[in-house]
Design a protein around this ligand. Structure first.
Ligand SMILES: [Zn+2]
Length: 203
């Protein structure tokens, strides 16, 4: 441990090498190690303010296969035992009102963290048609944004405001007892937390 601390002081970066016994590697499914999630970003040098991701990329990540770890075993009715499995979510039918809750708060056993990533979300034309499993008999898969709930602050305390669409290009900001007109260009920010979409009515 003393050696590690010295290393950190010199390069500000800590590399940890873990060696498993050969027998253990054969016993465990190491496939899940290929997609380890980022659970903690240090504020000191991990923060990248320009970091941006599109809402479509978030959706693709949400719909990706997720290997379940050894602590999340699935009981297989065929083998009659618990085994490591893969979880997969799909979109089957779409609702009239679509609410997207961005996971800005990450929890682990060791840390709680707010993710300030800028999510670039569509306003006029959020097209979900490529992500629907059941293609036939669908009503329109395009959505228009009509409201955004924002969260400012951290895990300990914060403040919520809302942007609401009021026809044409007109948006309003609701902040406690104050309501201001706001231009559509200001709707997207890294404070966006919950997105409210309404299905486009086709002519
Ligand atoms: Zn099985």
């Amino acid at each position: 441990m003393n050696e590690l601390v010295t290393l950190m002081g010199a390069s500000r970066r800590l590399h940890v090498l873990v060696c498993w016994p050969e027998a253990q590697v054969e016993h465990d499914d190491t496939h899940i190690l290929t997609s380890l999630p980022e659970v903690f970003k240090s504020g000191a040098y991990g923060r990248r303010p320009q970091e941006s991701v599109s809402l479509y990329k978030c959706l693709e990540a949400f719909l990706q296969e997720e290997p379940l770890g050894p602590e999340d075993m699935w009981y297989c009715p065929g083998c009659k035992k618990h085994c490591q499995a893969i979880k997969k979510l799909d979109l089957w039918r779409l609702p009239e009102i679509l609410v997207i809750h961005l996971k800005r708060f990450s929890y682990s056993r060791f840390s709680k963290n707010k993710l300030e990533t800028y999510v670039d979300f569509p306003i006029d034309n959020f097209d979900l048609s490529p992500y629907i499993v059941q293609k036939n008999g669908q009503s329109c898969s395009r959505y228009m944004l009509y409201a955004v709930s924002n969260h400012y602050g951290s895990m300990g305390g914060g403040h919520y405001t809302a942007f609401v669409h009021q026809g044409g290009d007109q948006w309003y900001e609701f902040d406690d007892s104050h309501v201001y007109p706001i231009s559509q260009e200001k709707i997207k920010s890294s404070a966006a937390y919950v997105l409210f979409y309404r299905r486009v009515i086709e002519a």
